[in-house]
Design a protein around this ligand. Structure first.
Ligand code: TYD
Ligand code: MG
Length: 466
């Protein structure tokens, strides 16, 4: 007999609870739990007497398939996709509202439409928008200079209509759904943007893409308020997850692969938002370094990691003579205890009399760093502030400092170096990579120094000062 069960699902992380509660224990978000009613047959759903089919096993060995990849020639995008679009692959593009997802995908789809597929025919590209009218999209295309691109546009939120349209016409090569949170499946009672709608719509569209063999882009808004189900709800169903990030106050946008069944996940693409849409930033270093103020002591770039994502952050330090009885220590965006430890090591192991000074530390851009890997960058910024010697602008630093002053290895060193290289840095201070442990990072653009002990960094500055 069918039994109705009610569960509450977090729209941010998909954690499931039997009862409603204000805060999701799994991800810590507030007010994100949504009711989901499902009917399940008692006992196993499969115990109906119908026999399954016996599957054939395959060996692990075998000729791997070489995928044809449809390239847009927007290099920053192709690289993040693993070298182009694989047939039947599903790509989720997530990001904050207004960050430029629709702009990126309109540019991408217009670029794909000019290319030919494996069969030699021009790629058929469809763009379905649930957010904007056809007129609005046309206006944008005109502004971007893409009005001539052979893209078929339609405005709809009805998944049934969209699927029927795709089925009825010639099989497309690339389909964009903007956005998954506006899509509505009429068999599901809840409103668009809820967990069940997003999941069902995603599931239906993905199945169609796999069956018909077209590449599918799904746009997903990331929401902090939790009023819409986040793209995480469908992350596990798709082949590739890309995040489009950036600060709306700045022009830079970074497209980052966080999951890719057809390529590397540590790739990023850098774009700049201009009045003519997104422009590729082929040499991010020039632009990135231009944002920083020049030869100022006390500033050091830390090659950090946010979850699985590498990220370069500027750490600023100020060392000034103390006026009070006890020296002041203030940290914005970092850990006070770690600062005390680093100062003690500098004093006791490196002979730097810095402990009696007032110390201020700031992580630029309002970020918060909790990794011990930031130790060496913090120390370098402090030494630079103490000696009034600027850190070279093309130097990225990371490494944990032990109590005897030794520089210790940290996770994902290759990834950090790769990111520093990608962003145009030409020198790095890093922990020594373990002897015998092969590293995949090799570069002639980025020179990696392994100081081994904090004293070496101190000596470097002191040597330059004298
Ligand atoms: P949009 O692609 O609509 O964002 P999303 O789909 O992620 O919500 O981008 C919106 C912002 O981009 C908007 O604030 C205006 C800006 N923009 C430009 O600066 N230049 C342009 O050429 C375009 C099309 C948009
Ligand atoms: Mg949009």
């Amino acid at each position: 007999m069918a039994k109705k069960t009610t569960r509450f699902i977090c729209s941010e992380c998909c954690a499931s609870y039997p009862k409603w509660q204000g805060k999701c224990d799994a991800c810590g978000a507030w007010n994100t739990l949504e009711e989901e009613v499902s009917s399940t047959a008692e006992g196993s759903k499969l115990s109906t007497g119908v026999k399954g089919r016996v599957l054939e096993f395959a060996n692990l060995k075998g000729a791997p398939t070489v995928f044809f990849r449809l390239k847009s020639d927007i290099e920053e995008l192709d690289r993040v996709c693993g070298g182009g679009l694989v047939k039947s692959s599903v790509i989720l593009v997530g990001g904050d509202p207004g960050i430029g997802k629709s702009t990126l995908l309109l540019q991408a789809v217009a670029a794909f439409a000019k290319k030919t597929t494996q069969s030699g025919k021009p790629a058929r590209c469809l763009y379905f928008s649930g957010e904007e009218s056809v007129d609005q999209i046309r206006l944008r295309a005109q502004r971007l200079g893409l009005a001539e691109a052979p893209v078929s546009l339609a405005s709809s939120i009805n998944v049934r209509d969209i699927m029927e349209t795709i089925e009825a016409g010639e099989t497309p090569d690339v389909v964009v759904i903007d956005s998954i949170q506006t899509m509505y499946v009429d068999t599901v009672e809840s409103a668009p943007g809820t967990v069940s709608q997003v999941r069902t719509a995603g599931n239906e569209l993905i199945r169609l893409a796999k069956r018909k063999g077209f590449s599918l882009f799904l746009v997903g808004h990331v929401t902090k308020e939790g009023t819409l189900a986040g793209p995480r709800v469908i992350e596990h169903m798709v082949d590739t997850v890309l995040y489009f990030e950036g600060d709306r106050g700045h022009h830079f946008r970074i497209l980052r692969a966080v999951k890719n069944r057809f390529g590397a996940t540590d790739e990023i693409g850098v774009f700049e938002m201009t009045e003519k849409g997104l422009a590729e930033v082929k040499n991010p270093s020039a632009l990135f370094l231009a944002e920083r103020r020049g030869n100022i002591s006390g500033s050091c770039v830390f090659a950090g990691l946010e979850g699985s994502r590498p990220m370069l952050v500027e750490i600023q330090a100020l060392v000034s003579p103390s006026t009070g009885a006890a020296p002041r220590r203030a940290v914005v965006g970092g850990d006070n205890n770690r600062l005390s430890m680093i100062l003690a090591v500098m004093e006791a192991r490196c002979g730097l009399s810095i402990g009696s000074k007032d110390i201020f530390l700031n992580v630029a851009g309002g970020l918060r760093i909790t990794e011990p890997a930031a130790d060496l960058a913090v120390a370098t910024a402090l030494i630079s502030a103490f000696t009034h010697l600027p850190v070279p602008a093309d130097l990225a630093v990371f490494g944990e400092i032990g109590l005897s002053g030794e520089i210790r290895a940290v996770p994902q060193m290759d990834l950090r170096l790769k990111e520093a290289e990608k962003l145009g840095f030409s020198q790095a201070f890093a922990p020594a990579r373990l002897a015998g442990k092969k590293t995949s990072f090799a570069s002639n653009r980025l020179k990696v120094r392994e100081p081994g002990h904090l004293k070496s960094v101190v000596d470097l500055f002191m040597g330059a000062k004298n």
